[in-house]
Design a protein around this ligand. Sequence first.
Ligand code: PMT
Length: 403
Amino acid sequence: MLKGKEIVLGITGGIAAYKQAELTRQLIKQGADVKVVMTENATKFITPLTLQTLSGNPVYTDTFSLTGDCEIEHISLANAADIVVIAPATANIIGKIASGIADDLLSTFIMATKAPVLICPAMNTNMYTNEIVRTNIEKLSSAGYFVMEAGYGELACKTEGSGRLPPVEDILEEVMTILTEKDLAEETILITAGPTREPFDPIRFISNYSSGKMGYSFAIMAERRGADVILISGPTLLPAPSGVKLIQVSTAVEMKNAVMEYLEESTVIIKVAAVADYRPSVLSDSKIKKKDSSFNISLEKNPDIISEVGKVKGNRILVGFAMETDNLLKNAYDKMVSKNMDLIVANDLTRPGAGFQYDTNSVRIIDRSGDVRKLPLMNKKKVADKILDRIKKLCKERKAEIS
Ligand code: PMT
């Protein structure tokens, strides 16, 4: 997802400098070209050789002498960067940038670049909460620098508090968000994800294998593309995506109530959740004891959430998913028409790696004209991104029809 992007990683002198080996690796894995600039103090925590080996590029350090061609290369590095990431950013570098000081290679480079700069602070908690450091951080934010919140936990000095470097995966996510075009900024996208749980006593329920990965992938990608995202999720083990409004529910009825509550403000609804069609008719107050050799649960119908949304959706774009084992395309198309959806995404369950739980999916996108677009097996985030491309086109067409 970072293919063709030139990322400059600025490392300053803090214990979290060692984590930049992993960040470099992750950025490269996403296809980025990584150039590392280190302060002299940073080289005491991790060697330039490590970062040169991982990045496959020369590492620029304070001891580098800027003469002749090298100076031109240094300026061209500042010009060519798509983004600059300072991690860890010490109180010292934050203070220097905030005060306009450029007295070494890294601070000079930051002053010279026009690329977005992402600051990832890491320092002792007393330093992080120091009023001067807080003022400097605010100054950087209002000057257009992107500043991440430091994490909370045990610090290298054995105290506990705020000041930990944000996790590498969060830094990676932030880089991708900053570099992604905000082409869905006009949309408010409501996404349902995960399974529902339908209890029949205090400790047991009927559910399904949905992990939430497909729905959360939509939330992450839509947020990256600038949409306001409301994620209504059944129980999953996934972390809350950053920048997303997360509403946690458990049963289909709770999911329906939440969807209806947030429908008014939404322009797009994507129903990825695997909702239980039936729920136990009776919910016992206490644990049902084992008695006979067989046990029956009587079930009653749950609300069909997507049908109810279809009836009142107005000009909103409604996208559903289809889970079929037979006649996939016909059943999916009929489901789309009968429930007034604009698009339906059919999971190809015959493909290994598609459907529940996997990090990948293989789907067909079917529209109201009957057009079917088959996507190959790919990561669920990429699947979501491709479907969002289609949704963006539908939003544009819908707006043209209305005006
Ligand atoms: O969560 P993962 O592990 O990543 O797996 C992803 C997924 C396989 C769950 C996902 O890709 C998917 O296919 N979700 C929809 C599964 C499903 O419930 O299909 P369905 O054919 O039963 O339902 C059709 C549509 O109606 C769906 O959009 C569903 O959200 C909606 N529905 C279903 C029943 C119901 N009572 N209310 C609904 O709104």
